[in-house]
Design a protein around this ligand. Structure first.
Ligand code: FA5
Length: 340
């Protein structure tokens, strides 16, 4: 091997060594060490070989110089490539874990109170201002409270098993049939049985009827019952309380209409309607408590009189919020529920 051949081989070996040293560096510090070792201006291995060129024949030097420059470029670009590879690898995890405190946080999705429950709270508040306190009653009822005491005799169509959700339970045999209450008027009876007059209560809760669901009916819905019994209570009191309630809840411009009707437990009876979307919509029934009912709970119909009403909570909420389909309340679609 001539001195020139040996020199060129040394250069190739150096390039291969340097490349592998750069590639095996795993930190910027190691890479820098390797750079100094091979490319360092004073102690670098390339520099040492360059100095050795003086030992070659003058005629061989141009070829050796050309190879030297080429190897220098190869080593430099190997260094650049290793540096970039290390930079991306180092930058990647940093981006993933970087925490920017100025960005808005991820808001946890909180649930909120169902629109019907919200409505119930508002109704309690309005009626509370009119002096009505809140009474509660069970959703599973006996026939006495749901029908009998309300002057609804056994043969009445409202007691048809197909019109009600009767329960088939052990108690059925013992205490007579039980059913899911079909109206909150049951609470009138429970309150009057337990309290001497005067009474002034509302009761809000679920009622159940096997009605076919449509835009204004649902088999489960809510009613607000009202009952006021005292001396000298008249129909004028009933009408003014319902009007005051309607304007408080629905606004001063609401039109309310009282339409003659019939309920076995009130006499006279009315249906209350409000004007909505170019038609009258019924929102509840009402009337003067029938003397038979007062007697059934042990009140003296000669001494006291009273009025009662039962309003559909869903329909009130629908009118206030311009909801046109009652089924929306029970679909459990958060896109609907979130709006309230
Ligand atoms: C009654 O339930 C009587 N208890 C009301 C009453 C109380 C009269 C006190 C006199 C004295 P009615 O069946 O009309 O009445 O129902 C009252 C209201 O409940 C209706 O006006 C309507 O707003 C609502 N309602 C009735 N059925 C449904 C249903 N399937 N879905 C939604 N709301 C209903």
């Amino acid at each position: 091997m001539t001195a020139l051949e040996d020199y060129l081989r040394q250069l190739d070996t150096l390039a291969a060594e340097a490349t592998s040293a750069f590639q095996s560096a795993t930190t910027p510090e190691q890479l820098e060490e390797a750079r100094v070792a091979y490319l360092g201006a004073r102690q670098g291995k390339l520099k040492a070989i360059q100095k050795g060129m003086g030992q070659l024949e003058r005629a061989d030097r141009p070829e050796a110089g050309k190879k030297l420059n080429e190897v220098k470029r190869r080593i430099e670009s190997a260094f650049q490539a290793a540096k970039e590879a290390l930079g991306t690898a180092a930058a990647a995890p940093a981006t993933r874990t970087r925490f920017d405190p100025t960005l808005p946080g991820d808001r946890p999705r909180l649930g909120h109170v169902h629109p019907i429950t919200q409505t119930i709270e508002v109704l309690k508040e309005i009626m509370g201002r009119l002096g009505f306190s809140v009474a509660e009653g069970p959703e599973i009822e006996d026939e006495w409270h749901n029908f009998e005491a309300l002057n609804i005799p056994a043969a009445h169509p409202a007691r048809d098993p197909l019109e009600n959700f009767y329960l088939a339970t052990a108690e059925r045999q013992a205490d007579g049939p039980l059913l899911l209450r079909s109206q909150t008027s049951t609470v009138q009876i429970r309150v009057m049985e337990a309290t001497p007059p005067p009474v002034r209560i509302i009761s809000l809760g679920r009622v159940y009827r096997p009605d076919t669901a449509d835009a204004t009916h649902y088999p489960l819905f809510h009613q607000m019952e009202g009952l006021l019994v005292d001396r000298h209570v008249t129909m004028a009191d009933l009408k003014s309380v319902l009007r005051m309630f309607a304007t408080s809840y629905l606004g001063e411009d609401v039109h309310v209409r009282f339409r003659p009707s019939f309920f076995p437990f009130t006499e006279p009876s009315v249906e209350a309607d409000f004007w909505w979307n170019d038609e009258w919509v019924e929102f509840g029934g009402a009337g003067m408590v029938d003397p038979h009912v007062l007697q059934a709970v042990g009140y003296d119909p000669e001494a006291v009189s009273g009025f009662a009403f039962g309003l559909g909570v869903e329909r009130l909420c629908m009118r206030r919020h311009q909801i046109t389909d009652i089924r929306e309340f029970y679909r459990n679609d958060v896109r609907f529920l979130r709006q309230f």
